[in-house]
Design a binder for this molecule. Structure first.
Ligand code: IDP
Ligand code: MG
Length: 139
């Protein structure tokens, strides 16, 4: 079934000029770009986006990190794109993310309170619908 997912190039990816590389991989896989916008997050928006992580030890550092610079907000569309982009992104921890994935190829561990791993991708149809509504309420 054709579906949509919310992807973010996080501030580490934007700063390292990897936005184009991430978009290239999304398009090369065969997914369609529906929306692409360079945005400055706000604490309110991130509190909604990361609601599931409130109270975890990395929550405050995660929000602080996401405010260090612009993020590239993307909606991509395609057959099973939610699962497919998670597969392109690789595991959360870039040290063990498989080579060939965005995180496995382009990120590594730093001695930081929050993992810098270049991208976010919705993890389920429910999350995708919720997150697209947060970042692109007009869609
Ligand atoms: P995901 O991005 O692979 O879906 P989540 O568990 O949803 O991973 O976590 C959201 C983000 O929070 C991660 O992408 C990463 O930046 C950060 N994070 C997750 N777990 C940890 C942790 O154990 N320590 C530090 N940062 C973490
Ligand atoms: Mg997640």
């Amino acid at each position: 079934m054709t579906e949509r997912t919310l992807i973010l190039v996080k501030p580490d990816g934007v700063k390292r000029a990897l936005s184009g590389e991430v978009l290239r991989r999304i398009e090369a896989k065969g997914y369609t770009l529906v929306a692409v916008e360079l945005r400055k997050a706000t604490p309110e928006l991130l509190a909604e986006h990361y609601a599931e992580h409130v109270g975890k030890p990395f929550y405050d550092p995660l929000v602080a990190f996401m405010l260090t610079g612009p993020v590239l907000a993307v909606v991509a569309e395609g057959e099973r794109v939610i699962e497919g982009f998670r597969s392109l992104a690789g595991a959360t921890d870039p040290t063990v993310a498989a080579p060939g994935t965005i995180r496995g190829d382009l990120a590594r561990a730093w001695d930081l309170p929050v993992i810098h791993n270049i991208v976010h991708g919705s993890d389920s149809p429910e999350s995708a619908e919720r997150e697209i509504g947060i970042w692109f309420p007009g869609l």
